[in-house]
Every structure is written in C-alpha cells, then in structure tokens.
Design a protein around this ligand. Structure first.
Ligand SMILES: [Zn+2]
Length: 120
C-alpha cells in the first residue's frame, strides 16, 4: 500500500469519501502542493486494492488524469473540483490509451501523460 506521495515523498492525507450508494471510498492524497497533486482511491473495506489513481499535471492549464484500474481506463478531465472528482465528471472527460501507472518514476509518468495529452 502506498503511504507517501510518489512525487514529493510527503505523507498522504486520508479522506473517507461517501458515494451515492452509501459505500465509502478511502482517498489518500497529496493535494496541498501547488506544483502537483496526487491521490489514490480504494474501497474503504479493502485498502489494499487501489481502484483509482489521480494525477494532476500542469499543461498550461491544470488537468487531472485518472486511472480507473478496475476497468482499465485512463482519462483526462479539466474539472478542478479536486479532490471530489466523481463519476459525473467523467462525461466531460476524454480517454487516453491505457497503460498501468508506474508510480516508481513520477517525473517519467508526468512526461508520458503530457505527451499523451499533446497528441490526443
Ligand atoms: Zn506530493
């Protein structure tokens, strides 16, 4: 389980996020820094299974890239109501080709995201 931010190594802050069907998610975030934001989301009853990864990057404007690991989708949203990103925002998002997020090399991950966005 990831307990520190892969970008700045700072501690991740836990948030329990309620959903419409009364399930809760655990969201662990680094969202106080100006130059990056990072979150992982898991089911509250199973913290070991990461469901989504959120990475916010600056491409001239801030965009949030979301990995949905369960259905293997990667999409970009310009919604800035971070960290309360939910399914409704997915409608205004666009998809990128899916690859698993490699959190061991954060700068490389961000470079890859930016390249995808530029060419999509
Ligand atoms: Zn961080």
């Amino acid at each position: 389980m990831i307990n520190s931010c892969p970008c700045c190594s700072g501690p991740l802050v836990n948030d329990f996020v309620p959903t419409k069907n009364k399930k809760e998610f655990l969201k662990k975030s680094c969202n106080k820094k100006l130059d990056h934001k990072f979150s992982i989301q898991s089911f509250a009853d199973n913290h070991d299974e990461i469901e989504r990864v959120y990475v916010t990057v600056d491409t001239g404007k801030l965009v949030t890239v979301v990995w949905d690991l369960l259905i293997k989708e990667l999409y970009v949203t310009q919604f800035l109501g971070y960290p309360n990103l939910n399914y409704t925002t997915k409608k205004s998002a666009y998809r990128l080709p899916y690859t698993d997020p490699d959190l061991s090399d954060y700068p490389k991950l961000v470079r890859r995201i930016k390249t995808y966005i530029v060419f999509s």
